[in-house]
Write a protein that binds this ligand. Structure first.
Ligand SMILES: Nc1ncnc2c1ncn2[C@@H]1O[C@H](COP(=O)(O)OP(=O)(O)O)[C@@H](O)[C@H]1O
Ligand SMILES: O=P(O)(O)OC[C@H]1O[C@@](CO)(OP(=O)(O)O)[C@@H](O)[C@@H]1O
Length: 413
């Protein structure tokens, strides 16, 4: 497959043979946001199965949410990448605040101890061990890294399909490159689960941990994420892997800034891509949440209570979600891909505007991003995701609703 400069897929007019692998997506240039390179949205003239994502029982699902007083309302397709001019105006001192917060051994310890005591949390080992892991970990620098290492930062709400998609990506890259390119996934949720279930019970439980107003919960999550990110960067640096995927929600600007700083500290040669995974279809979200509650987080909880808790978790993330901005992408020198509803819509921003007037090293094209085989593979994977992986998923979702497997929450829960 040959990519045109800045072009992952052909425009709808381009029918040259080199584009024969292009997705069967009705392509349309985005008119609204000049900085976004392209937006592709399926429409019902697309020939493939499930060109549009069906909804099942949307009003029943909305009633479930209403009964619990949970509201999913922020997301629609226009919410992706805001053309904000100057969101990153904070000083370098500010930029270190989160790092300090994550690494700090003392600022939160007293409160944590008090909290633990108050909540009969006796396993000091848990927090001490966590602090050991999180301290002193971001001090390495390795500028000599070859410029073919990639860090993919996922962005997306819980249950939007991030983890599943990147497992598919890993498989895809492995097959497409005959195992020559190694991909590894670093999941902040898995780090958390390790702490919560191997060492002891967590001091915070269920949806409380994900409450952004709960300082302890916030700090713990940042630490878990820091551990996962550090492992990723270690593995890139020691050539254990070629593509490191950071799987977390990464839903705030501050978190994304932290990630970018850590990448830069390790090596300016690490190439950076944000992959946003969105799910705006009510039935998909509900189906994914049902599946999500089968994981270890809810092993001791009845199904209805688990679904309810996960609804609340998603709502907490959603109400604190900060959309990615053009200024972030430019400042952090990130390529950007966004996939919605397993490929109903695909957006990409290859940074064509990032470099205008900038120094060559600040221009993704001049840094060779788009000639890079890895980038092409990832872009091709995203472009063809619906056909290759999404259709099977949509068939299963349809069965879930049409074969009576969907049991709405009982109003009494
Ligand atoms: N593309 C997909 N293919 C198959 N199953 C999917 C897909 N996306 C989501 N799911 C289902 O939804 C559940 C939640 O998705 P997951 O990838 O864990 O979301 P996230 O990582 O964003 O929290 C998965 O366990 C899986 O059952
Ligand atoms: O660090 P943040 O971005 O909050 O994301 C990590 C969190 O994402 C979640 C969101 O649900 O991931 P996962 O579902 O994959 O387990 C939590 O488990 C995990 O603690």
């Amino acid at each position: 497959m040959t990519f045109h400069r800045h072009t992952l897929y052909p425009s709808s007019q381009d029918t040259s043979p080199e584009h024969s692998e292009a997705p069967s997506v009705a392509a349309s240039r985005s008119q609204s946001t000049t900085s976004i390179n392209s937006v592709f949205t399926r429409n019902n003239t697309s020939s493939s199965l499930y060109s549009l994502t069906p909804e099942f029982f949307p009003s029943v699902i909305n009633n479930e949410l209403d009964d619990l007083n949970v509201h999913f309302n922020r997301f629609d397709l226009s919410d992706t990448v805001i053309d904000e001019t100057d969101p990153c105006d904070d000083t370098e001192e500010d930029t270190d605040a989160l790092t300090q917060n994550i690494l700090s051994d003392d600022s939160s310890s007293e409160r944590e101890t008090q909290y633990a005591a108050k909540h009969s949390f006796t396993d000091k080992h848990y927090l001490n061990h966590l602090k050991c892991c999180a301290s002193g970990i971001f001090s390495k620098k390795s500028e000599e890294l070859k410029p073919d290492k990639w860090c993919i930062t996922l962005v997306g709400l819980p249950a939007s399909g991030k983890s599943t998609m990147v497992k598919h990506l890993k498989e895809y890259i492995s097959v497409a490159t005959s195992n020559k390119v190694r991909t590894s996934i670093y999941n902040a949720g898995d780090v958390r689960r390790d702490y919560q279930y191997k060492l002891s019970e967590s001091p915070l439980h269920r949806a409380d941990l994900f409450d952004f107003h709960n300082k302890m919960g916030f700090q713990l999550r940042e630490k878990f994420a820091g551990i996962a990110l550090n492992q990723l960067l270690d593995d890139l640096e020691s050539d254990q892997t070629d593509i490191g995927i950071f799987d977390a929600t990464n839903s705030t600007k501050e978190r994304r800034k932290f990630i970018s700083q850590q990448i830069q500290l390790r090596s300016p040669n690490i190439r950076s891509l944000i992959l946003e995974v969105k799910c705006t279809n009510t039935s998909m979200r509900r189906y994914n949440i049902e599946r999500k509650t089968l994981n270890q987080d809810y092993r001791h909880l009845a199904r209805d209570a688990a679904v309810k808790d996960f609804f609340q978790r998603v709502e907490k993330y959603e109400s604190n979600f900060e959309s990615i901005t053009q200024a972030e992408l430019k400042k952090y020198q990130c390529a950007y891909l966004c996939i919605t509803n397993v490929g109903e819509q695909i957006i990409y921003d290859c940074g064509t505007d990032h470099g205008s007037g900038d120094e060559p090293e600040n221009n993704l094209e001049k840094r060779g991003y788009f000639e890079d085989g890895v980038f092409r593979q990832i872009a091709s994977f995203v472009a063809n995701y619906r056909e290759n992986f999404g259709v099977a998923y949509l068939e299963n979702m349809e069965k879930f609703y049409t074969l009576g497997l969907y049991k709405p929450l009982s109003r009494a829960t």
